[in-house]
Write a protein that binds this ligand. Structure first.
Ligand code: ADP
Ligand code: MG
Length: 454
């Protein structure tokens, strides 16, 4: 039974903000982990993607923070830069009603020098990736002397990426006593070793046992390898959903599927680890802001990312392992909503035996695909200026609506990064908006602007 946050010993500032943000009831992981977290206990928690872990450790970190002490009191280690950014953004949202909390991101891909400069101005909370955090600790540009809380987010993924030694070395720089929180989607031997080595009398929580993905309808279609592509088009046409994730087992398959969909006038983008960080980020922005309808992903690229509101998950190929399968379909039906997953599979897939008895439907029951297309409603402009230029979403809305051609409701998400900004807007307005921004200054300055094509 879900219960509300007011039962917890949280400050009224935090409670009010949670209400404003629409977080009314705790998710199971929050319900089970927050009481021990707020008591200051160490914790090892197993929970799937989308279960609300960020809020669980975020509330702990913010509650234990001594705001007036402008020193690093919490360190959050994440496997990738995207995850670190998501966690940092979510923490800032949670802390927005608290006075002057500084959250700093330390990830690879950004110049060290810039980060060293930011560090010299101090921060309360650091969110980063293992390699870069360790580099700062070894150079002495980051000190954990005042650390109270250490969080390992997606620990299994960090170990999969070979970060065990880096993490151990980072923790070696952290003082004791401290609170250590470890979150992981799976509990492998390595995770246990990590926990035994660095956690102290930890409370153990396993959410996966108690919450099956009950609200996700799972459909399976019989399909051999030569039929896969046609099968995919049939499935897309039959289910007629707007936001879809397709999972493939390899990077090559991702690229091939995305290209084939685009060829069929279906807006799709592939995301996998061969893409540069910048392109991965851009792809996620386009999917999140509605400029792309379908994201074709590998498990590694997708894991842990908070990709919301997916109506349909398609397994272009079944994964080999049940846990991976559960992760994939968990992308839909998040936060208590209903979801559908469709898997294309052969008769003899070993995984089918593991996933409770399933009926394999025949593709022939789906209509023949002829004219189906899926075009995203939005498109995105890139602006070569961001937080550093003090650009805010309001400045861009102001510039775009200055002429009568564009109204504010035609503008979608505006995502501002340090050096650049993405603006989503209704597709037919792309050229008008592009011209406007190329001809008139925003905040008194001209910026480089381009249309981001899929
Ligand atoms: P995880 O880290 O476990 O994968 P996240 O922390 O990214 O999950 O949360 C997944 C989504 O659920 C986010 O969009 C978050 O804003 C939302 N969420 C988290 N907690 C709640 C809650 N108590 N009520 C409603 N939505 C929530
Ligand atoms: Mg997370």
């Amino acid at each position: 039974m879900a219960s509300d946050f007011s039962q917890l010993p949280l400050s009224t500032t935090l409670l009010d903000n949670l209400t404003t943000l629409g977080y009314l009831r705790m998710t199971p992981i929050q319900e089970q982990s927050l009481p021990p977290i707020l008591k200051g206990r160490d914790l090892i928690a197993q929970a799937q993607t989308g279960s609300g872990k960020t809020l669980a450790f975020g509330l702990g970190v913010l509650t234990h923070l001594h705001v007036k002490t402008f020193r690093i009191q919490a360190l959050l280690i994440c496997p990738t830069r995207e995850l670190a950014s998501q966690v940092a953004a979510e923490l800032r949202r949670m802390a927005r009603t608290m006075h002057n909390i500084k959250v700093l991101e330390l990830c690879g891909g950004t110049p060290m020098k810039k980060q060293v400069h930011s560090l010299s101005h101090e921060a309360h909370i650091i969110v980063g990736t293992p390699g870069r955090l360790l580099a700062h600790l070894e150079r002495g540009t980051l000190s954990l002397e005042h650390l109270k809380t250490l969080v390992l987010d997606e620990a299994d993924r960090m170990l999969d990426m070979g970060f065990y030694d880096d993490i151990a070395a980072i923790i070696g720089h952290a003082p004791t006593p401290r609170q250590t929180l470890l979150f992981s989607a799976t509990f492998s031997e390595d995770i246990r070793t990590l926990a035994e080595r660095f956690l102290h009398e930890a409370v153990e929580i396993d959410i996966n046992e108690t919450v099956p993905p009950a609200q996700i309808e799972q459909h399976f279609y019989r399909c051999n390898n030569t039929e896969r592509h046609d099968a995919l088009l049939k499935v897309l046409e039959h289910y007629q959903k707007a936001r879809i994730m397709i999972f493939c087992n390899t990077k090559i398959a991702c690229d091939t599927v995305a290209a084939a969909l685009c060829y069929n006038d279906i807006d799709a983008l592939a995301i996998h680890s061969d893409l540069e960080q910048f392109d991965r980020n851009e792809t996620l922005i386009l999917f999140a802001n509605g400029s792309c309808s379908i994201l074709v992903a590998t498990d590694v690229a997708a894991r842990g990312l908070d990709i919301d509101r997916v109506d349909l998950v398609i397994n272009y190929e079944l994964p080999h392992d049940n846990e991976v399968y559960t992760h994939r379909i968990g992308r839909t039906g998040r936060a208590g909503k209903e979801g559908i997953s469709v898997s294309l599979c052969q008769d003899d897939e070993p995984l089918l035996q593991q996933i409770t008895p399933q009926t394999l439907r025949a593709l022939e029951t789906l209509p023949q695909c002829h004219t189906y297309t899926l075009r995203a409603a939005m498109t995105t402009l890139f602006i070569g200026g961001g937080k550093k230029e003090k650009l805010r979403p309001g400045d861009i809305v102001g510039a775009l609506t200055a002429s009568a051609d564009i109204t504010a409701d035609a503008i979608g998400d505006i995502t501002v990064f340090d050096d650049y900004t993405y603006v989503a807007l209704q597709k037919p307005l792309a050229n008008t908006a592009l011209k406007l921004l190329q001809e008139y200054p925003v905040k008194g300055r001209m910026f480089r602007v381009r249309h981001v094509h899929l």
